[in-house]
Design a protein around this ligand. Structure first.
Ligand code: ADP
Ligand code: ZN
Length: 434
């Protein structure tokens, strides 16, 4: 049976939800106009005032915010509340190389932690659970968000942070963790370490895991679920909007419900900025409806995804977003072809390889080169070594079929690609370094 943390809000009839969104939006635009001179100037430049917002679709009249604005306004330019009312700062992990700082009032922390609690409860968490949080603590939002969410549910919270794998595995067994929260790549690392140490799923009491903060595939979900004998759920978020929990999977595991009572979602064409017709893929844009300290309006995430509007079997009425298919700024252009690292990952996983890989792009004699380093799974290592080049060719041809461009594949010994305790480093683009 479906479990909710805030049933009334999570299952609110659409019409009521949209009325609430409109009321919050009007209030929020006024709040920002009055308190954030940076955004007010942008509104004035576009000739739009708070009175122009009379329906939800009027949001399209408002200017966008981008990561560039965040950099320009760094650190205080987008503050919507006096610093004396702020209680926390968090910062992005810098996937795209530029740090962003976000501010929170206690109200903002509360609503963020509520979203994380919704995600935990949707994954089956109750006050009986022991939640092992192995996202990094500190400036990164992963640890703080899931920690706060687990407290709200009343679960016993194990604030492990990332790293120290041996201690993670020992506490997981000694303290009977039932749920785990970390990046999917760290989950894979834990699984590898368990195998090495001869720890089986029966040695743990884990029942579910919530994995996010970076892209992962359905194939990885199956691998994690089978190796740990758990249910694995996806969670999405970004520091600029609050952190993890902006969207999360329910037991249907078919898209992540966006917490629409707090975050209004739009899908736009990343090239023109036009709003896309319902159901088409595009760049996800969020408007914070009730945040005080960092009230971003129409923030362009660069994440490309599709929104599902159909009702969900869990009873939640909030729309669902697909896994991001890539970031419009992570997109590699190799020999003129748009390549998302997730496409290469999908090929590797369908061909039976693990997700430990690294993509290296370079430019030699004015031509782009694409090298994919892939670890052989331990069980395939010894008996296939003599067929290495045949395997490499087969993989290269599968990648060519997917991308339309050639790649050089290098199969390497298990555990030779550096592991990450947070987000994995999947792509090295040496062209930027020249
Ligand atoms: P950044 O990585 O930009 O420095 P964050 O640490 O806040 O900042 O990361 C937010 C980004 O992480 C999102 O915009 C998205 O690209 C990625 N992300 C977060 N959760 C997921 C997820 N479940 N699946 C895929 N990508 C995700
Ligand atoms: Zn659902």
């Amino acid at each position: 049976m479906a479990n909710y943390y805030q049933k009334e809000l999570e299952t609110m009839p659409r019409q009521e939800l949209e009325e609430m969104q409109l009321q919050k939006l009007k209030q929020q635009v006024r709040h920002v106009y009055q308190n954030v001179p940076y955004y007010r100037a942008k509104m004035e430049e576009k000739g739009v005032s708070p009175d122009d917002i009379q329906s939800l679709s009027d949001i399209a009249k408002l200017p966008f915010l981008t990561k560039n604005d965040l950099r320009e306004a760094y650190p205080y330019g987008l503050l919507g509340a006096p610093l004396s009312q702020c209680v926390r700062i968090q910062s992005t992990s810098g996937t795209t190389g530029k740090r962003v700082v976000a501010f929170y009032t206690q109200h903002d922390i509360d609503l963020w932690e509520d979203c994380c609690a919704r995600a935990l409860v949707a994954a089956g968490c109750t006050s009986e659970d022991v939640v092992q949080v192995c996202y990094g603590y500190g400036l990164f939002t992963g640890g703080a968000g899931m920690h706060g969410g687990a407290h709200r549910v009343g679960a016993l919270t194990l604030p492990m942070s990332s790293g120290n794998t041996e201690r993670q595995l020992q506490f997981m067994q000694d303290l009977s963790s039932t749920m785990i929260c970390c990046t999917p790549s760290y989950a894979e690392y834990l699984i590898e370490s368990m195998k090495e140490q001869g720890i089986t799923p029966q040695d743990t009491t884990l029942k579910a895991g919530i994995f996010g903060a970076e892209p992962w595939t359905e194939e990885m979900r199956h691998e994690i679920e089978e190796s740990l004998h758990i249910n694995a759920y996806d969670i999405y978020g970004l520091t600029e909007i609050s952190g993890p929990g902006v969207a999360f999977e329910c037991q249907a595991k078919s898209g992540m419900h966006i917490c629409e009572d707090h975050f209004l979602v739009e899908v736009i064409d990343p090239d023109t900025g036009e709003v896309k017709p319902k159901g088409e893929p595009g760049e996800i844009v969020f408007t914070c409806l009730d945040k005080e300290a960092f009230p971003l309006l129409r923030y362009r995430t660069r994440d490309i995804a599709v929104i599902k509007y159909e009702p969900c079997s869990c009873g939640r009425t909030h729309v669902r977003m697909s896994k991001p298919m890539g970031r419009s700024d992570d997109m590699l252009i190799i020999r003129g072809v748009n390549v998302f690292p997730s496409q290469i990952e999908a090929v590797l996983l369908t061909e039976g390889y693990c997700a430990n890989y690294q993509i290296v792009v370079d430019r030699v004699n004015h031509t782009d080169t694409l090298d994919v380093y892939v670890e052989l799974p331990p069980e395939r290592f010894s008996d296939t070594i003599k067929n290495l080049s045949a395997l490499e060719n087969a993989l290269a041809s599968a990648i060519r079929t997917m991308l339309g461009i050639g790649a050089k594949v290098h199969l390497v010994a298990p555990k030779t690609i550096a592991r990450s305790e947070g987000k994995a480093v999947r792509v090295i683009d040496k062209r930027k370094l020249h």
